[in-house]
Design a protein around this ligand. Sequence first.
Ligand code: ZN
Length: 226
Amino acid sequence: MLNEEKAVVVFSGGQDSTTCLFWAKQQFAEVEVVTFDYGQRHKLEIECAAAIARDLNVQQTVLDMSLLNQLAPNALTRTDVEITHEEGELPSTFVDGRNLLFLSFAAILAKQKGARHLVTGVCETDFSGYPDCRDSFVKSMNVTLNLSMDYPFVIHTPLMWLDKAQTWKMSDDLGAFDYVRERTLTCYNGVIGDGCGECPACKLRKAGLDRYMEQRSAGASVGADV
Ligand code: ZN
């Protein structure tokens, strides 16, 4: 049933947050998005997010978070830092406390907008290992936000326990599979849709898509037999 309240989605224009945006639009009567500009390698990420927000007719607030780059030069914002991900180590795209900061700023904005629901596409199952994307952190953060602003925030993490194939399934169930596939930007090299195919983000996205497409065609042939 539609929740009559208002939600703010933390929104980057990538596969995960766009799927969350479709989910939120189905769940809540009113939805807005907040996008963080922290000097991403590709300004295109901000433009892509703005285009999706326009397409889906949701109000977008872009917040300047360029201080993140000052605190933690990293591969997402600095072209002189290579994107690497060694087994068992945090990838070079990691920024300490990034999600902590994003959720804090999103909550402050949400309260100003009269929204108490926050939606974020963080996930424990994509193996990136960011500590501030784990479920235990998000629950702790929820309590902290409520205490800090004396306001009953609820943080929703619809992707927390999904793998990438299940996230594709969710977009399909929401009727947004083609849109998410063609219009979102996950690629570190700034290629919209299926991406460059080479970077770690593209490989993760493609592996999930391939697995989901197998399940989907298997399901379709089962359906055809009935
Ligand atoms: Zn790529």
